[in-house]
Design a protein around this ligand. Structure first.
Ligand SMILES: C[S@@+](CC[C@H](N)C(=O)[O-])C[C@H]1O[C@@H](n2cnc3c(N)ncnc32)[C@H](O)[C@@H]1O
Length: 197
């Protein structure tokens, strides 16, 4: 599972997201923003303990989560279990989903795998479906460095694979996707992607 111990984090996760640190600032606002835009059959990748379920109003919800600890915590809270899967292998048929969402999880995908992860999201999307990615992001590698230095968080930033808007625009162009970005605060962005018509 890489360097993060998500199984052990599951127990304290819901308390930790209440911390007003740079990553979790506006956490609930971000979940609400994503939930408002998610329609139809929604798949939530890296769903964790399922906090977005408090805001979603969709027809059907499927969580996908690689950590058994997170899946167990999710089950205890919501009475059903997410599927065992990850960004590069979604356990779902082609063309079956209206909206793919992911909140605070895309930064666990190494940069060189981000395009494949988006391809896998596209595989499960119905025609006309959309992808919503909410996470810590930076406009560019230059901004990532600058904010890291100004805010004294360079080490924490380098410990993760935070996407850049520049990088996601390049991937979108290669995959023929329209994308739009909303900056929620200094650190967190919401990106919406769909196939160009
Ligand atoms: C910070 S938590 C976010 C949980 C939830 N989405 C939220 O917004 O509170 C990150 C989650 O991503 C999951 N994760 C890590 N690597 C992943 C991968 N490669 N594919 C899918 N999920 C992954 C972790 O197990 C963890 O549950």
């Amino acid at each position: 599972m890489g360097k993060w111990d998500f199984d052990n984090w599951a127990e304290s996760y819901d308390e930790d997201v209440k911390t007003d640190d740079w990553i979790h600032r506006d956490y609930l606002t971000v979940l609400k923003l994503v939930a408002e835009r998610a329609k139809g059959l929604v798949v939530d990748i890296g769903c964790g303990t399922g906090n977005i379920l408090g805001f979603l109003n969709c027809e059907e919800y499927i969580g996908v989560e690689p950590s058994a600890g997170m899946r167990g915590k999710f089950l205890g809270k919501h009475g059903f279990e997410p599927l065992n899967g990850h960004f590069l292998a979604l356990p779902l048929p082609d063309g079956s989903v209206d909206t793919v969402i992911t909140t605070y999880a895309f930064h666990h995908v190494p940069d060189e795998e981000k395009e494949d992860a988006i391809r896998e999201m596209l595989r499960v999307l119905k025609p006309g479906g959309k992808i919503i990615i909410a996470d810590v992001m930076f406009e560019s590698e230059e901004e990532k460095r600058r904010i890291g230095e100004m805010d004294g968080i360079t080490e924490e930033i380098e410990d993760e694979y935070f996407a850049t808007v520049d990088g996601l625009k390049e991937i979108s162009a290669r995959l023929g996707l329209e994308c739009r970005f909303q900056r929620v605060n200094r650190y967190v962005w919401v990106e919406e992607m769909k196939r160009a018509t």
